[in-house]
Design a protein around this ligand. Structure first.
Ligand code: C2E
Ligand code: MG
Ligand code: MG
Ligand code: MG
Length: 284
């Protein structure tokens, strides 16, 4: 009888697990095809200078425009791409495409800021990362100073010694580095001092509760103070209303991104946004 139940249970759960596994396999295969079929797109979210409300830069964010399923967000396919190794060709595509757009906006005289590109753990693990990235930039006709890479605490703390070497190579070439989702990972202050990073991006989970939440107020204040004392810029992510922007400005946070200023925009819409906004250098 117990055996019978066990069997039933097995029969009950197995299809679910199989369905999940085959959904992932199906997604991985169609993602591979999506790359070839040009179904990936980039959208760009402006990063604003909180004091002047000028556009300081933009962040490139990938989208999968699926012919049947519509827009698929990175949360649904980046980890899959990471596991399957597809993140490497996707990452290269993202960089080329971002570079192509920046060149367009520069030629049109509407953009002088930096474009930030997110790197994935797998990309960051490659020992030839810096030379490959710099070669691609060169190919795309961009200067290293046109670009910023976003890495997470987890990525740099996986092998801190190696991260210092890779980041130093990039930074010496003129690329800026920021730490994304800052505060959600584990990072050591000692290493933070040694990493040649330019800015910290305060994760939106700390911005969420501003200005009402006491803990969020303390945490954002602390990160802004930490960034300043290390001579780094600080960007708040996920700013959705004026109350958050006002508080961040008051505590000396320089830059902010979020729906309050602009959602991520397709290249045409960003062009319009840039024409209307004034543009400045992110890190003068
Ligand atoms: P992230 O780099 O921290 O990007 C910020 C995310 O917050 C974006 O989600 C953006 O659309 C969203 N966001 C911006 N403002 C607001 C706001 O006011 N409120 C809320 N609720 N959300 C806001 P998205 O585009 O879905 O990207 C999610 C994550 O996927 C990114 O987090 C990044 O880690 C990853 N990702 C995106 N594009 C790429 C890429 O090209 N390569 C790699 N490796 N990862 C990427
Ligand atoms: Mg990012
Ligand atoms: Mg991130
Ligand atoms: Mg983030």
């Amino acid at each position: 009888r117990a055996k019978q139940e066990g069997k039933n249970r097995y029969r009950f759960f197995a299809p679910e697990i199989n369905a999940q596994a085959s959904e992932r396999l199906f997604m991985a295969n169609s993602l591979r095809a999506a790359l070839d079929r040009d179904e990936l797109k980039l959208v760009f979210q402006p990063c604003m200078d909180l004091a002047t409300l000028e556009v300081a830069g933009v962040e490139a964010l990938v989208r999968w425009e699926h012919p049947q399923k519509g827009t698929i967000l990175p949360s649904r396919f980046i980890s899959l791409a990471e596991e399957s190794g597809l993140i490497e060709p996707i990452g290269e595509w993202v960089l080329r495409e971002a570079a192509r757009r920046v060149r367009e906006w520069k030629n049109a005289g509407i953009f002088a800021g930096r474009v930030a590109v997110n790197l994935s753990p797998r990309q960051f693990r490659r020992s030839d990362l810096a030379s490959r990235l710099l070669a691609m930039l060169d190919e795309a006709g961009l200067a290293p100073s046109d670009l910023e890479f976003e890495v997470t605490e987890g990525m740099v703390m996986e092998h801190p010694e190696r991260a210092v070497v890779v980041l130093t190579e990039l930074v010496e070439a003129g690329v800026s580095i920021s730490i994304d989702d800052f505060g959600t990972g584990y990072s050591s202050l000692a290493y933070l001092k040694r990493f040649p990073v330019h800015s910290l991006k305060i994760d939106r989970s700390f911005v969420n509760g501003l200005p009402a939440d006491r803990n969020d107020r303390s945490l954002t204040r602390a990160v802004v103070a930490l960034a300043k004392s290390l001579g780094l810029s600080v960007v708040a992510e996920g700013v959705e209303h004026a109350g958050q922007a006002d508080f961040l400005r008051q505590i000396g946070c320089e830059f902010a991104q979020g729906h309050y200023f602009s959602r991520p925009l397709d290249p045409a819409a960003l062009g319009t946004f840039l024409r209307e906004a004034r543009v400045q250098e992110a890190h003068p």
